[in-house]
Design a protein around this ligand. Structure first.
Ligand code: NAP
Length: 370
């Protein structure tokens, strides 16, 4: 059995990964080792009812070198610090990573096996040892529109995203909930007083959002009661790095040399979990909505088509309906008045599952069986 070292298992992606591995009984197939950047020596997670007694130091290269596979959900700065040191120390094991650091390297593969299994298998035969999960909105878009991509029907896509707080990490979810609590507390008595004016309530809430003591240690500006139309750094041309990833990671996963143009605006909203995306798709030929529905639905077993009605949409195409599941609903499909080849679509997906942990878990399973 292979020794697998887990780093970052306590965070948003890592804890969802462990949960999925428990459900799929993956731990019986490996010898797990748990590392921490901040808690070495302390207790680890409980695996198959047995507490993992002593966390290992995630910065100890000699301990890491004993692993056949390292799976990290710790983040980019950890990968930056450790990965090259390990390789320089002649470590030949497999590295599976949730962070973006190594995604665009020539000797790494972005993994999303329902889309690029053949590419992954070829890379294993070619001796590739570094496998990286894709950006969460990219994975979710490809799972949703995979049929249109594999049928070569897309000219370009313009996308608007609605991304959950948990996409930024555990500390951000905690801060969002603190912000929500602060807003509730400031008007809790007014809410049960029938005669209190709504104008006063909204004034109090708005003032609280702008107060110096509003919880703002992680988010740069308030998220509760608001939104943030910028995610990640500026690429220097007014495009955010999150927006840049849409095109470049998609093309790498599909094995294209920037064949498909994708751009848009990425927005952080105050949902807790699940990223939603609204697409304007320019098709390269006339095709009926019924045909598009079939192509989308037949692509993979997780995608499900939501008819473009009010009831179906609001009950099945929301973060609250999708959270914690592997479902990839796609709906709001309609031809736009712009022209025949322009269609809209809307999708929601749990960015911690198909957008992060699940492709890594499935890659681990491929490696276990080598
Ligand atoms: P995260 O929740 O911030 O966790 C990363 C690390 O933060 C944990 O392993 C833990 O490390 C530490 N930590 C500090 N305070 C914590 C707390 N209160 N609860 C839990 N952990 C805490 O990060 P993440 O969202 O999982 O992201 C990990 C990597 O995956 C990043 O590179 C990210 O870009 C990428 N990614 C994330 C998502 C997403 O939706 N979140 C999607 C795709 C890719 P120690 O135990 O060592 O202290």
């Amino acid at each position: 059995m292979k020794s697998v070292g887990f780093i970052g298992w306590r965070g948003m992606v890592g804890s969802v990964l462990l949960d999925r591995m428990h459900k799929e009984n993956d731990f019986v197939k490996i010898i797990p080792h748990f590392f921490s950047t901040s808690q070495s020596g302390k207790h680890g997670p409980i695996i198959n009812n047995v507490p993992f007694k002593k966390l290992k130091d995630a910065y100890n290269i000699n301990l890491l070198k004993e692993m056949d596979i390292i799976l990290t959900c710790q983040g980019g700065s950890y990968t930056n610090t450790i990965y090259s040191k390990l390789r320089e120390n002649h470590w030949k094991g497999y590295w599976i990573d949730a962070a973006s650091t190594l995604r665009m390297k020539d000797d790494s593969i972005i993994v999303l096996d329902p889309i690029n299994l053949k590419n992954i298998e070829k890379s294993l035969n070619d001796g590739i040892k570094t496998f990286v999960g894709s950006n969460c909105t990219v994975s979710l878009m490809l799972m949703a529109l995979g049929g249109l991509f594999s049928s070569n029907l897309i000219d370009w896509i313009s996308v608007s995203t609605y991304q959950a707080a948990s996409g930024a990490g555990a500390q951000y979810v905690i801060e969002l909930l603190k912000q929500m609590g602060a807003l509730y507390n400031i008007v809790s008595e007014d809410l049960s007083n029938q005669s209190c004016s709504i104008l006063n309530i909204t004034k109090k809430v708005t003032k609280k959002i702008q107060d110096d003591d509003f919880p703002l240690k992680y988010f740069p500006v308030p998220l509760a009661g608001s939104l943030i139309p910028w995610i990640d750094i500026n690429m220097g041309n007014g495009q955010s790095r999150e927006e840049w990833k849409g095109q470049f990671e998609t093309n790498k996963i599909l094995g294209y040399k920037n064949k498909v143009v994708i751009d848009g605006t990425c927005v952080r909203i105050s949902s807790i979990r699940c990223h939603s995306q609204s697409f304007l798709i320019k098709l390269n030929k006339n095709i009926s909505l019924k045909n598009i529905e079939e192509i989308i639905t037949n692509h993979n077993k997780w995608v499900n088509f939501i008819p473009n009605t009010i009831d179906e949409t609001i009950s099945k195409l929301t973060p609250s309906a999708v959270t914690g599941t592997l479902k990839i609903p796609v709906g709001r499909l309609r031809q736009l008045s712009i022209g025949n080849r322009y269609v809209s679509a809307f999708t929601v997906g749990d960015q911690l599952l198909w957008g992060a942990a699940e492709p890594l878990r499935r890659m681990l399973n491929l490696l276990i069986n080598i």
